[in-house]
Design a protein around this ligand. Sequence first.
Ligand code: FES
Ligand code: MG
Length: 564
Amino acid sequence: MHTNDRAVGVDRKLTNYADRDFSKFIRRAFLASAGLDPEDLDRPVVGIVNTSSDFTTCHRDMPQLIESVKRGVLEAGGLPFVFPVMSIGEILTTPTSMLFRNLMAMELEEQLGSQPMDSVVLLGGCDKTVPAELMAAASADIPAISLVVGPMSVGSYKGERLGACTDCRRLWSEFRAGTIDETTIGEINQELAPTAGTCMVMGTASTMACVVEAMGMSLPFAGTAPAVSAHRLRLGVQTGRRAVEIAAADRRPSQIMTAGAFHNAVTVLAAISGSTNAIIHLTAIARRLGIELDLDDFHEIAARTPLLVDCKPAGQNYLPDMHRDGGVPALLKTLSPLLDLDVLTITGQILGEALDGAVAPQAWQSTVHALDDPLGPTGALVALTGSLAPDGAVIKVAAASAHLLVHEGIAAVFDSLDDVEARLNDESLALTPDHVLVMRNIGPVGAGMPEAGSIPIPRYLARQGVRDMVRISDGRMSGTAYGTIVLHCAPEAAIGGPLALVRDGDRIRLDVPGRTVDLLVDDEELARRRADLQLPALPARGWSRLHASTVLQAPEGADLAFLQ
Ligand code: FES
Ligand code: MG
């Protein structure tokens, strides 16, 4: 295929008719039909990725943001081209949004490679959209800048601030336990997501927004400015202007998303006690660029980084509070001793220069703590290994219960989400708070890795006041969830990982300080069980089939093997 990559704007990547001049001629005829004259067509083209969809409620305000970005592009002399990419919303996508992250990344990479654009603005927000866009941009390696829609405003119910979705889970648990009645939970339901924007606790969307800003792929404050704020619209204009500048400078993702930038991102991930999903996403993005980021890197960086940001679920506040208190720039300023300050950012400055004007958090900035006055200890995220997860697993210690961090208990095994639904609340199982709930076949191959690792507490135990138990799976959990929950066990059960061999009544030992999770069953017995093991069949056709037959395990980023 003829690419003509040295041309600028609409004349790059000419369609192949075996006649370049004709290709240019016909292209300009159709651009004229769109109302563009030759003066327009001499400008650099800035693609703007539109991921708005009625199914992605958190992107509801994206059309307005697009207008801001377009204005910025035009002011700086560029020509904006808005184009759609599949949108993945967390709440209305089944069986799980994670099944489609790689599909979106693949779709966008192909669009970036096949359409003429000198740079691209990656508009996203909901959990999987941002990592998918960065994976695509990393592989296409054209100048790119990220911009999220921003977090929702905070809701309120009878004097209590609340919001999606840590409070969705907490208050639903109370309803299940019988401490909240039907009318109350119905009224609360209307306040949990009160505006456009992404979930405003430190879930996956907020986490990714903050780490992308920390990596230098978006402008300062782009991670936290509220969706409904004027600041968000100004960021749109500024991002549009910047997109024209990075096109001229040919500033590519591979120059910004370096090993140092990923280490900075992981440092921020630890300091915000962010979503465990970001571990998978950052690994996937890094591997697109040939950068090895493994679970030990996450563990070691977390081990030296204290919890600094006071947002739910690890703290009490919300993203708009963090924004008011200085956002990611204040956090990066105080984290400076732990960061690589020589990495290039999207502004063309190195991080150290970009932070020159930033001020470390002062006393009034209570959501962002100073490094010498942390909110919580180091080690928010711990990477585990052991006979249940030889290739690794993770636990978010900041969301776990201290009394369960070293725990030995009897396994109660569930084979699928349906199995949990059917049997969890069956009192004849006679589960106790000391049991270890095991869920398997929800890994990348088994089920596309749903956020089902936070298995609910059996209802009869919840009514007795039990709020946490040790839970272990090969799946993920929402960044908004909390509990003593071991996730991402690899290799997963569906490919014969040890989780597939666990039986009801086995003893399991979790030792978070010792970084182990073990099945206390002897090798001979395990060999007998392995001989009888039947692996589940792969999906029959379509995307699910391609995904299940090519997806990598969680510690490798759960990308498709042929995309790395
Ligand atoms: Fe989109 Fe929470 S549903 S960010
Ligand atoms: Mg989520």
